[in-house]
Design a protein around this ligand. Structure first.
Ligand SMILES: [Zn+2]
Length: 401
């Protein structure tokens, strides 16, 4: 890094923390970090900003060399502290009807519009905006900034960074993931597994149907199994009243197969998922469907033609978040956020990975609303930025000597 670079002039003035957060957000939004693109320019900007405050981050570059996470510690690294985590990538704006340039922050009516303002450059900007206060404070506990990439395509980029955090003998006390929650203290979200099934049959003219393996018909048995498991979960599965849908769910989202009525279809492909509450095991539900396919369906396919079969591929997923409400981190988070309640949400985040990979409790608290994320004219209310800065100022006080 070029240490002669200075903090961008836009940030050099005597700004309040809120103004600083908005000025940083303006800069972050300008980087087109849609998940398919490199995020290195944005990471470089953050490094320059941190260097201006005497902080050196650790870049964790992906195998392609085009993307990186950034891990930076402010305060005594030898003491357990708190992680502030956010992703730097955003979802595409393709085919969305924006009223103004999505990569140029526009402020109107108490809202800041731009791609990623809520999800989740707003939080990243707030975490960076508190750095001068953190640096000026004698900290007894450190604050770690953990910025990832490729969250929007399956929580990919955070994993190598979490391996580094997990390998450090000094484990953080907890992680705050700043996904948009309107500053609610979120202690849970469901886990998810996404599965592809390819049903390989054999072609024949339909008049010879019994001599061929009908991939659509055998595939329909897998569809039926997923639906049966989902119905069982709905009827008698464990319950968690903090969720909108209080039980685990499963569904088939896509099914393709067949060419014409007079051809026995040789191939069918389907995608299904399970979303689980803390009391259910997502892997066990997937395994139940796979076992059914291999033991109940496949033998009848192979009896007609040995080349037939079913291939399953668990191609995406993330663990659920299920932090106990009695965790000290939850109590701290409530005092930082200035509220007494907690919630569980429908959307997934990287938070569960902090628990499964690092073994530390995690909560989701961030500015902005998930209902604004991923849409045209995404915005963050400026009051949400203020609320987040107030939380981070209280965290700074909490971590002081
Ligand atoms: Zn997000």
């Amino acid at each position: 890094m070029n240490m002669n670079q200075t903090i961008p002039a836009v940030l050099a003035a005597n700004q309040s923390p809120d103004e600083r957060a908005i000025a940083i957000l303006r800069e972050l939004v300008r980087f087109d970090t849609v998940s398919r693109n490199s995020n290195l320019a944005l990471i470089g900007w953050i490094e320059t900003y941190l260097a201006g405050h005497g902080i050196t981050g650790q870049r964790i570059v992906d195998p392609t060399g085009t993307k990186a996470s950034l891990l930076a510690t402010i305060g005594p690294a030898s003491t357990p502290g708190y992680v502030l985590s956010g992703h730097t990538d955003v979802v595409p704006v393709d085919n969305q009807d924006w009223s103004s340039d999505p990569f140029e922050l526009r402020i109107a009516d108490g809202k800041a519009y731009g791609r990623g303002t809520s999800d989740m450059k707003g939080f990243v900007a707030c975490a960076l905006a508190i750095v001068p206060e953190l640096v000026a404070s004698p900290l007894a506990k450190p604050v770690h900034l953990a910025f990832s990439y490729d969250e929007e395509i399956g929580c990919v980029g955070v994993r190598p960074m979490l391996e580094i955090i997990a390998a450090n003998p000094v484990k953080p006390l907890g992680a705050i993931i700043g996904e948009p929650s309107q500053m609610q203290v979120v202690i849970g979200h469901k886990g998810k597994r996404s599965v592809r099934a390819r049903i390989i049959g054999t072609n024949a003219h339909s008049s010879l149907a019994p001599t061929a393996v009908n991939a659509v018909q055998f595939g329909a048995e897998i569809v039926g199994k997923v639906a049966a498991v989902a119905a069982r979960l709905a009827a008698e599965g464990p319950r968690d009243d903090l969720y909108d849908v209080i039980h685990s769910t499963g569904h088939v989202g896509l099914f393709n197969g067949g060419e014409a009525l007079n051809i026995v279809p040789a191939l069918a492909e389907m995608l299904f998922e399970f979303r689980t509450i803390g009391a259910d095991d997502a892997d066990a539900l997937v395994a139940e469907v796979i076992a059914f396919g291999h033991s109940e369906v496949e033998p009848r396919m192979k009896a007609i033609d040995a080349r037939a079969g079913i291939e399953f591929d668990i191609y995406a997923g993330f663990p659920g978040l299920d932090t106990a409400s009695e965790e000290p981190l939850v109590t701290l988070a409530k005092s930082l956020a200035g509220r007494n309640d907690h919630a569980k949400v429908a959307y997934g985040t990287e938070a569960g990975l902090f628990t499964t990979m690092v073994g530390i409790p995690a909560v989701v608290i961030g500015p902005g609303s998930i209902t604004q994320a991923h849409k045209a004219d995404e915005f963050i209310a400026l009051s949400e930025i203020s609320g987040c800065m107030a939380m981070l100022e209280r965290l700074t006080q909490h971590c002081r000597v």
